[in-house]
Design a protein around this ligand. Structure first.
Ligand code: KIV
Length: 267
């Protein structure tokens, strides 16, 4: 049965923890559906994890839609969330609505956008139009330049108060869930306890209602490429190493004349 935003609300009410993972292509979406991951995010981390950009800022709506369609073909029964990339909702609510509509036409069931105060009106306008919205607070990567780097946010008392107020404002505007990224554990616990909608943590400790990771981090690809993964990441596989080993073995076999052999030939 298809996962919907109503399931997430029910899971929060029941105290049942769940997960979200990023997915950017058809085979990954199919495999994550097979693993019964209920929520897939076509994240703007497509930029740095798949397209080779330095951060999430350069990725375009056209690039996101290309990958969103592939994920929708692979996992139509999961709850699919399309991340609005930088520049597609900052200018106006009209921009946000136009781009969110594109995502829903591409097979997404909801959209995600980053920020507090200034996006609340946009969230209200989207939800009034039947477009489910996931919020995102804390270390919001599209603000990397304003933050002066990827640093843990909301450490001071005024910043903590602002984040708590933003979380309530997003909930009141109709958001169905909020990602909490890169904030102190006790703050994430407080927000999760106060909200009726689920919080989805990443680098926010274990007390959120749900957890999200970037699939390339979980599979050990990013850690292999960058030499290390951030503190909040746990790699459950070493696919980076496995891919290099497999490709090296193939190179060696072909060079040595071991592949293709007769068993892999037509007669
Ligand atoms: O784009 C993304 O992958 C995200 C998650 C890290 C929450 O926003």
């Amino acid at each position: 049965m298809a996962v919907t935003i109503r399931d997430l609300a029910a899971w929060k009410a029941e105290g049942r923890r769940f997960v979200m993972l990023t997915a950017y292509d058809y085979p990954t979406a199919r495999l994550l559906a097979e693993a019964e991951v209920p929520v897939l995010l076509v994240g703007d981390t497509l930029a740095d994890n798949v397209l080779g950009y330095a951060n999430t800022l350069p990725v375009t709506m056209a690039e996101m839609l290309h990958h969103a369609r592939a994920v929708a073909r692979g996992a139509p029964d999961q709850l699919l969330v399309g991340d609005l990339p930088f520049g597609t909702y900052q200018r106006s609510c009209a921009d946000a609505i136009d781009n969110a509509v594109e995502y829903l036409k591409a097979g997404m069931h909801a959209i995600k956008l980053e920020g507090g105060g200034w996006v609340v009106e946009t969230v209200a306008r989207l939800t009034q139009r039947g477009i489910p919205v996931m919020g995102h607070l804390g270390l919001t990567p599209q603000s990397v330049n304003a933050f002066g780097g990827m640093k843990v946010q909301a450490r001071s008392a005024p910043d903590r108060e602002r984040l708590i107020a933003d979380a309530h404002a997003l909930q009141d505007a109709g958001a169905f869930a909020i990602v909490l990224e890169g904030i102190p554990r006790d703050l994430a616990a407080q927000v999760s306890g106060e909200l009726v909608i689920p919080t989805i943590g990443i680098g926010a400790g274990p007390d959120c209602d749900a957890q999200v990771l970037v699939i390339h981090d979980l599979l050990g690809i990013t850690g292999h490429l960058r030499g290390a993964a951030p503190k909040f990441v746990k790699a459950y596989a070493d696919l980076g190493e496995a891919i290099v080993k497999a490709a090296r073995a193939y190179v060696d076999d072909v060079r040595a004349g071991r592949f293709p052999d007769d068993a892999h030939s037509f007669h």
